[in-house]
Design a protein around this ligand. Structure first.
Ligand code: B1M
Length: 232
């Protein structure tokens, strides 16, 4: 019996790239952190770039989880396990993504807004910003306006980033930006916002400098707005 079990065990390293990526989507869905870590290592060893592993194996896997969460097939505990597995892979990729663009170009304070505990997308933004040469101060999740203001005061960044994943929490970005305006601090910072339910129009409506649809866009936009500001 034990031999049969052993024979049935899936050896990730023996799968083709396409099979492995598909298996990683399944493993992410099942919240198997160790397998996601192993799969991530295997793809990197096969010469995959870190951003390709991230996009095709991890982010795509989480997109599938999101669909079944929305449709009531998966529930919070399962999605938490999937998120934990995804973070296992991200931890391996973080230093690789961060080393791609060595030059320090500026500083960013970023956090998920009050009432919202989603942090995977925000963590990706941190990685990409670090990769673009920014020093990043990550305030984590569930940040009230005072948290942002305190961090801006303490760290004096060039950029403030806010993330929201819920339609109920995204309006809080306007609370933070209004507080900056009220204190006469708005023009001191480039404000970038992002998160799945946001769009360009929302970014404009709340008074942000830019809405960023993904982490790579955040890094690009942050760098170009900062360069423009310095040139001016
Ligand atoms: Co939540 N959840 N969740 N959840 N969850 C969503 C967001 C949801 C869309 C699922 C669904 O119904 N399909 C839905 C929101 C619906 C809505 O508001 N209209 C939802 C819900 C309802 C909830 C709860 C209310 C469920 C409940 O309790 N009944 C609850 C709320 C808790 C709270 O925050 N108060 C809840 C809880 C959770 C978990 C804790 C289980 C877990 C979070 C774990 C964690 O983050 N540590 C979770 C997860 C994982 C999701 C989904 C499945 C995946 C989110 C994710 O990580 N995506 C999500 C479904 C979905 O989004 N499709 C869902 C991967 C990530 C890479 O993408 O975060 O979009 P994303 O980030 C992108 C861009 O948006 C952008 O760059 C990133 C990458 O390129 N970006 C930025 C993000 N932030 C940025 C900031 C920037 C710039 C770009 O600043 C400059």
């Amino acid at each position: 019996m034990a031999d049969d079990d052993f024979e049935d065990e899936l050896i990730l390293s023996e799968l083709s790239d396409a099979e492995l990526v598909e298996q990683m989507h399944d493993d992410l869905y099942d919240g198997l952190r160790d397998e996601i870590i192993e799969g991530t290592h295997i793809l990197l060893e096969r010469g995959w770039a870190a951003d390709k592993v991230l996009a095709e194996a991890l982010v795509e896997g989480m997109r599938i989880v999101g669909i079944d969460f929305r449709d009531g097939i998966l529930f919070v505990p399962e999605v938490l396990l999937a998120a934990n597995a995804m973070k296992g892979g991200m931890e391996i990729l973080r230093p690789l993504l961060a080393e791609t663009g060595a030059k320090p170009v500026g500083k960013m304070v970023i956090g998920t807004v009050k009432g919202d505990i989603h942090d995977i997308g925000k963590n990706l933004v941190c990685m990409m910003m670090e990769g673009a040469g920014f020093e990043v101060i990550d305030l984590g999740i569930n940040n009230a306006v005072e948290d942002y203001l305190g961090a801006l005061e303490e760290h004096k960044p060039d950029i403030l980033g806010m993330s929201a994943l819920l339609t109920t929490t995204m309006p809080y970005m306007k609370v933070v930006i209004d507080a900056l305006v009220e204190k006469g601090m708005r023009e001191d910072y480039i404000v970038l916002v992002g998160g799945a339910p946001l769009n360009e129009e929302f970014g404009k409506a709340v008074g942000a400098d830019a809405y960023c649809r993904d982490a790579a866009t955040a890094a690009r936009t942050g760098a170009s707005l900062l360069a423009e500001r310095r040139a001016a």
